[in-house]
Design a protein around this ligand. Structure first.
Ligand code: IMP
Ligand code: MG
Length: 196
């Protein structure tokens, strides 16, 4: 089990002027992301030693995290994506729509399932069950962010980048209504941006 108690950014870290209208504060800087992701990759590398894994990454939120994670993995792997999106505006419905199905065969394989953020746990619970039905040897779960206080369905994670408080975050792949994925840091979205 990885330690997720890495400290969050000091309150003094300024939001770049371009994003000040939208972002309240920076929670995790690009330097903190880079450092922690190298550590997580090191843990994965030790655990998977010698065995080729299939990395299954959930679209679209993992774009940046996945790129930085796998460039730090110097072990054999194959990569595939599953497109998952929650139906409707809120995440409350729990209804998942698959926008891209897995193509690689994972039967008997070691799978590393990667997602951007673990919130209520509904997404990973469903995706894990769907993958499990394909009879992999084992499934390890890796998330960049974890909001433990929001959990509705229990999920056992193997690698966690950062545990964060119950705030809505954007950037580094994470979106609000498909925006902000390009920010190089993880920031707290101003509530007025999503209350409208
Ligand atoms: P869960 O099914 O409630 O665990 O939610 C997981 C998904 O909800 C993530 O993959 C995100 O797409 C989305 N999500 C949850 N919290 C946040 C957030 O703070 N910012 C952006 N997306 C979030
Ligand atoms: Mg997502």
């Amino acid at each position: 089990m990885s330690k997720a108690f890495t400290r969050l950014a000091p309150a003094a870290t300024p939001v770049p002027p371009r994003w000040r209208k939208d972002v309240e504060r920076i929670l995790i800087t690009d330097a903190m992301l880079a450092r922690r992701i190298r550590q997580v990759a090191g843990e994965i590398q030790r655990d998977f030693q010698g065995r080729e894994m299939v990395v299954v990454s959930l679209l679209n939120g993992t774009v940046m995290f996945l790129g930085d994670l796998i460039r730090n993995l110097s072990i054999p792997l194959r990569l595939d994506f599953m497109g998952v999106s929650s139906y409707g505006a809120g995440t409350e419905s729990g209804e998942l729509v698959y926008t891209k199905e897995l193509r690689l065969d994972v039967r008997g394989r070691d799978v590393l399932l990667v997602d951007d953020i673990l919130d209520t746990g509904k997404t990973l619970t469903r995706v894990r069950a769907k993958l499990q039905a394909l009879k992999p040897r084992r499934i390890k779960i890796c998330v960049l962010l974890d909001k433990p206080s929001r959990r509705v369905e229990p999920v056992k994670t193997d690698y966690v980048g950062f545990a964060i408080p119950d705030v809505f975050v954007v950037g580094y792949g994470l979106d609000y209504a498909e925006r902000y994925r390009n920010l190089p840091f993880v920031g707290v979205l101003k509530p007025e941006m999503y209350r409208r």
